[in-house]
Design a protein around this ligand. Structure first.
Ligand code: BDR
Ligand code: CA
Length: 320
């Protein structure tokens, strides 16, 4: 690594894989985590704040401000993913309550403050529904002048998870995702197409789980919980999930992206929350007859070097 660390802010809904993202981010010397903001998603926002503080404490992170954000999406009701992330939103691992406290400002205020105060433009890494980010962009649009890029986990080119076509973070708050896509700053979409592929092999998960270091055991247990078959599987693998988006900030060359027009389907019905990615080489009849609609170009991740990101994450997290 050369040069100054990249100033980043993570907006998350911790969340098992958000926790894997935080464990990595706070230990990588190339990142300067200036704040962590919390939003309702995998669990309710108070649970997200608690989980986030717990992870930062277990990781031995420095004094990073954490703020509570939106309690629910802009229009939709809160629809948690506790069936995946456990009743406490973080695998029901029986972790102690954190001694750290959240900042006494809300997430939007903290985001504005930290973005504008940063010595260099900040990279935002949302790994959750985009509610806080949309509220920030609408309340304090001046922040874009000090945003380098937004690398968000969300969306899918091919297959969804919350619905056949919609990914959870975008489906949870489609209007907020639409605001993000039109922010007018460079955006990388780290969607399900790459998200699901970055999996830590069983031997590495087992090594982490057997570690004498509480921080590493936590990483191992979180990874093991990521594998849907883990309850029955004596040797679970573990998807890095949201942590892959943070790897993409540290090491963008591990990702293959293409600048493509992306829009979010907002109409009610089976496509709501889908990210429609236009991969056509030439305009179609719609453009010929009605003219081209303006759609922002997004750097969409289409490929990922799995071994590179797994090794980056492991070496960073396991480093003494
Ligand atoms: C996303 O949804 C959440 O459950 C994960 O934390 C991730 O951010 C994947 O669709
Ligand atoms: Ca998440």
């Amino acid at each position: 690594m050369t040069g100054q660390p990249i100033p980043v802010i993570i907006d998350c809904d911790t969340g098992i894989d958000d926790a894997l993202a935080l464990l990595f981010a706070v230990r990588h010397p190339g990142l300067d985590v200036r704040a962590v903001t919390c939003v309702a998603g995998n669990t309710d926002v108070d649970g997200v704040v608690r989980n986030t503080l717990t992870v930062l404490e277990q990781a031995g992170a420095g004094d990073i401000p954490v703020a509570r954000g939106a309690e629910r999406p802009l229009i939709e009701p809160l629809r948690t993913a506790r069936h995946v992330h456990g009743q406490d939103g973080m695998g029901d691992l029986g972790l102690p309550a954190p001694t750290r406290r959240a900042a006494d400002v809300d997430a939007v205020t903290l985001l504005r403050r930290e973005i504008l105060a940063a010595p260099r433009p900040v990279t935002l890494i949302p790994t959750a529904p985009l509610t806080n980010i949309a509220l920030l962009l609408r309340t304090h649009p001046e922040v874009v002048r000090n945003i380098e890029r937004i690398v968000f986990m969300g969306g899918a080119v091919t297959t969804g998870n919350a619905t056949p076509v919609a990914e959870f973070n975008v489906w949870h708050d489609p209007e907020a995702a639409a605001v993000l896509l039109t922010a007018g700053v460079p955006i990388t979409m780290y969607g399900l197409d790459v998200f699901t592929r970055v999996v830590v092999p069983a031997a590495d998960v087992a090594r982490l789980r057997a570690s004498g270091e509480p921080r590493l055991r936590l990483a191992g247990e979180l990874l093991a919980h990521r594998d849907p078959a883990s309850a029955a599987d004596p040797a679970p693998t573990g998807g890095l999930g949201d942590a892959g988006a943070v790897c993409a900030v540290v090491d963008p060359d591990g990702l293959t992206t293409e600048p493509l027009p992306v829009e979010v389907a907002l109409a009610p019905g089976p496509t709501r929350g889908q990210t429609i990615v236009d991969r056509r080489a030439v305009p179609g009849e719609a453009e010929i007859h009605h003219g081209a609609r303006e759609r922002p170009l997004v750097d969409v991740a289409l490929g990922v070097d799995v071994e590179r990101y797994v090794s980056l994450w492991l070496t960073t997290v396991e480093k003494a």
